[in-house]
Write a protein that binds this ligand. Structure first.
Ligand SMILES: Cc1ncc(COP(=O)(O)O)c(C=O)c1O
Length: 401
């Protein structure tokens, strides 16, 4: 008899985003000219000032175990950022640092979920939300937010999804995978519902807050609804804004008793976030605003080009998203057709697989994010690469019959 894995591992899937990238990597290793637009990872280098911050810290001996909740210097920079950029005041003991937003999410759910507790997740969603909820014994409740509503959760939908078992609502604006941005009015309508449901925590994932276009403004939920502040976990990180995904730094502001519980978990899992990365993140938050602005300009240019290219393709519709670095084109007009090599496109998974096998462009099917038939395309890649990808996809679509 073999030693067994935990029963929780059955039904524990690899996120489709990672599965698609893995398949792309295999094809690349075989020598194919693969373009991957599957991973939500900035193509830019980490700002030099952040790297120097990390390097200096390492030279100065900041290589011991870090404080579980984060270095005071970083927490002060985060406190200032929350106050000045988001209009939210957090005391230092209401702030914690972790190994990315992923660990913040894990800590928060681990600290609060009892078996069968429900977590409301607007769909399309970032794949890790439902996976992590299930992993920790909770039930994700997906609420589909259709394209006609700009992929945004409406108050009536939230109201209908709430049950006595609802423990969390997860909000993510700007959104991965759609790039949708919740307006102030959208958020205030949700606040009305949340106000009369005091048992619900709210996870406000604002990691794409700086990638917002067309003069739109990011609104932090805790600033809009101070009366709900003690139930809101305001979550952010340096992975996207500062092109620092490999440094693994995320952070959160929230009520003390929740932060304290999350820190208990963190102290027994990772002992906090990498000390050198914390120094780099501190420098980024303090000094890298110029770099953020120039990356934003590049993303905006690519966003417009990508939407124009996809809108011109037969059978594909593409709204212009207002945030993040994704487009989420609809491919209903391609369903039921056959590719040049004879593959049937019965759904978006078939489309993404055939596209990769026949043109070596990796994208992720909407089914991975809870709304089909769509594709999620990350335009966090060089302009020339994006142009080449669009040409290949356009040809692929033209040849469908
Ligand atoms: C909505 C959202 N939240 C969080 C993360 C992950 O953040 P981190 O790198 O800080 O773990 C991602 C990454 O794709 C994301 O899209």
């Amino acid at each position: 008899m073999e030693p067994a894995l935990a029963s929780r591992m059955s039904g524990f899937e690899t996120p489709a985003t990672i599965a698609m990238s893995m398949r792309a990597r295999v094809l690349k290793a075989e020598g194919k000219n693969v373009i991957s637009l599957a991973l939500g990872q900035p193509d830019f280098l980490t700002p030099k000032i952040a790297i120097e911050g990390g390097y200096q810290a390492a030279l100065e001996g900041k290589t011991k175990y870090p404080p579980i909740d984060g270095f005071l210097s970083l927490k002060k920079a985060i406190q200032k950022k929350f106050k000045e950029e988001n209009g939210v005041d957090y005391a230092l003991d209401e702030i914690m640092v972790a190994n990315g937003v992923k660990q913040i999410l894990f800590n928060a759910l681990m600290a609060t979920l009892d078996p069968e507790d429900e977590v409301i997740i607007p769909a399309p969603y970032w794949t890790s939300y439902p996976i992590m909820v299930r992993f920790l014994g909770g039930n994700p409740v997906h609420v589909v937010c259709p394209e006609k509503d700009n992929f945004v959760l409406k108050a009536r939908q939230l109201k209908a999804a709430i049950t006595p078992k609802t423990k969390w609502l997860i909000l993510n604006s700007p959104s991965n995978p759609t790039g949708a941005v919740w307006t102030k009015e959208d958020l205030l309508a949700l606040v009305e519902v949340l106000r009369i449901n005091p048992q619900i925590w709210i996870f406000s994932d604002e990691i794409y807050e700086h990638l917002i276009f067309d003069g739109q403004r990011h609104h932090s939920l805790a600033a809009l609804a101070p009366e709900l502040k003690d139930r809101i976990l305001t979550v952010n990180g340096v992975s996207k804004t500062f092109a620092m995904p490999g440094w693994r730094i995320g952070y959160a502001g929230g009520v003390k008793r929740l932060i304290r519980a999350m820190l208990k978990i963190q102290s027994n899992s990772t002992s906090g976030a990498c000390s050198v990365s914390q120094a780099a993140a501190t420098a980024a938050l303090q000094y890298a605003q110029k770099e953020v602005e120039s990356m934003k300009l590049a993303y905006d240019r690519r966003r417009k080009k990508m939407t124009a290219a996809f809108s011109a393709m037969n059978g594909i519709s593409c709204n212009i998203p207002q945030g993040a670095f994704y487009i989420y084109p609809g491919i209903a007009g391609c369903i039921g057709k056959k590719t040049a090599q004879g593959r049937l496109i019965a759904n978006d998974q078939d489309f993404a697989e055939a596209l990769l096998e026949e043109t070596y462009v990796a994208v992720v099917p909407g089914s991975a994010f809870g709304l089909s038939p769509y594709l999620r395309i990350a335009y966090a890649a060089d302009d020339v690469v994006l142009e080449e990808a669009c040409q290949r996809i356009s040809q692929f679509v033209q040849e469908l019959s």
